[in-house]
Design a protein around this ligand. Structure first.
Ligand code: ADP
Ligand code: MG
Length: 292
């Protein structure tokens, strides 16, 4: 493309909140056939809210909340913020935590009021050599509503579950429909549970899901698709997404996300508005058409 046509395209993009880093990003974006999208914070608002606390027999709701929130005080994960805020809203006082440890893609561990406590997903449960109880049924009903369920583990048994909801972005349904119309294959990649991922994907007409993936898996999934000859863009917002954004032919970061994600991306959607992906594609097409 001529420098002039690229300047026009990037200028138009910028006005609409779509920051295109350079000519290369624009040129590459025109050839993309596959779009990988992160779920939390990319398809969803990324502002989860605590919706339910389900104690295991012999435990009280307030105790489950107190253990969960006291531990999550040490975490910066959006799920942690939701649990802490929801607990404070319910007027439950926090205890004292020590030996905090974040387990990437799985949850958190530590000591609360002198007892070993862990909080996280099925992978964390498996790491601790534990199995889900009858509560799993209730957990599945929540997941089918698109919620994220986490187990609260006290010493060697499950004390209960906490569940959070993170609504889909207003811009997501129309943007994904338009992207399908433009011929993209859209694949959701998420560290969240498969059931939750399916529920969210179904609302958005996404046909492929890679759930329960660890951060390093996202970059690997992209590499494999590239080896099959696909041209892959990745949209994400988190620190966890940075390697995948860098691996993709074009990385698309949410301006609302982590700085390292933005630095790794060729395109930034200033307000995280997914319509920006459609706009970027149209700008790329128009620019390339001008010069052929
Ligand atoms: P993503 O942003 O793709 O959903 P993450 O890798 O950040 O994925 O997290 C994957 C899963 O690990 C979460 O859905 C949750 O079950 C668990 N998890 C991660 N961090 C925490 C945390 N601080 N508290 C509870 N669960 C967590
Ligand atoms: Mg995310």
């Amino acid at each position: 493309a001529t420098p002039m046509s690229i300047m026009t395209a990037t200028g138009r993009g910028a006005q609409a909140g779509v920051l295109i880093k350079n000519a290369e990003a624009l040129e590459r974006f025109e050839k993309i056939d596959t779009l990988i999208v992160d779920k939390t914070g990319t398809l969803t608002e990324g502002k989860p809210r605590l919706t339910a606390v389900l104690p295991e027999a012999g435990h009280e709701e307030v105790d489950v909340l107190r253990l969960a929130a006291t531990l999550e005080k040490g975490s910066e994960h959006p799920l942690a913020e939701a649990i802490v805020a929801g607990t404070q809203d319910r007027g439950v006082a926090l205890g004292s935590a020590s030996d905090f440890e974040a387990v990437t893609g799985k949850g958190v561990k530590g000591v609360v009021d002198g007892k070993r406590v862990a909080l996280g997903n099925m992978k964390l449960l498996a790491d601790l050599g534990m199995q889900a109880t009858e509560l799993a049924e209730k957990a599945n009903a929540r997941r089918d509503d698109g919620e994220t369920v986490m187990f609260v583990i006290l010493e060697d048994s499950i004390a209960g579950l906490v569940s959070v909801a993170d609504p889909v972005k207003e811009s997501a349904p129309a943007a994904l429909k338009a992207l399908h119309g433009l011929g993209f294959t859209i694949i959701m990649a998420t560290g969240d549970n498969e059931r939750t991922a399916k529920a969210v994907a179904a609302r958005l007409g996404i046909d492929e899901i890679r759930a329960d993936v660890l951060p390093e898996d996202k970059a690997r999934i992209i590499r494999e698709l590239q080896q099959q000859g696909r041209k892959v863009a990745m949209a994400g917002d988190g620190v966890n997404d940075a390697p995948a954004l860098a691996q993709a032919d074009v990385g698309i970061a949410m301006g609302t996300g982590a700085d390292v994600a933005i630095e790794s991306a060729g395109i930034t959607l200033v307000k995280g508005n997914l319509d920006g992906i459609v706009r970027a594609r149209r700008l790329a097409r128009a620019t390339m058409r001008n010069i052929r």
